[in-house]
Unconditional design. Sequence first.
Length: 204
Amino acid sequence: MKITQIAGFLGCGKTTLILALAKHLAGSGQHKVALVVNEIGEIPVDGKVIEESGLRVKDIGGGCICCEVASSFAKTLYGLYKEFRPDHVLVEPTGVAVPHQVKLAARMAGRDARVSMGPAIVLFDTTRPAELLDMEMLGRLVVTQLEDADIIAISKVDCVEKSAVEESRLRIRQINERAELLGLSSFTGFGVEQLIERILNWKD
Ligand SMILES: Nc1nc2c(ncn2[C@@H]2O[C@H](COP(=O)(O)OP(=O)(O)OP(=O)(O)O)[C@@H](O)[C@H]2O)c(=O)[nH]1
Ligand SMILES: [Mg+2]
């Protein structure tokens, strides 16, 4: 069971991407896929409707899976492993979660289940780079998320000029030199297959 998180600040496109990834992975008929979403206060995806398409969906509320509810996150992962045996679990943490802490929490489930870790994919919303990086408190959180990423996807490239994507790329490179950087539009599908390929071949 490979656990891959799709992280990033509020509204950057996590849910839209996770559904696109799930559709690709499960649609091929070769992978059993479960989703874990961690929304504080609201249920973002209609679990029942999605489950009809063969996916398993778990929603964890009551706090952030990288801190307050880390142990119920681990229990949920173990529960999924026991009852559903997915090949892939795609996790959407809250927009304020810190990727390495999400990984730590996921590893707690690994003590009892056969778990491997996929990449920490962090989305960066290229429609609002200044808002994300230049504000004092918010900027620090976004920088921490980017520093923690294995792969950074510059999201929503369908609705900006190429020069804006390039500007985001330059700013991100100053924060994280190591992560793989790619452009993404979950609307047009641009970059989605590349992410699938990375998830499938990722070695922890
Ligand atoms: N243009 C464009 N808009 C997108 C894309 N992906 C998501 N959006 C829009 O961005 C908004 C937020 O998308 P979500 O997928 O809900 O983002 P999220 O990161 O899950 O949001 P939270 O869970 O609230 O943090 C929605 O209005 C989406 O329709 C994309 O590839 N292109
Ligand atoms: Mg969401």
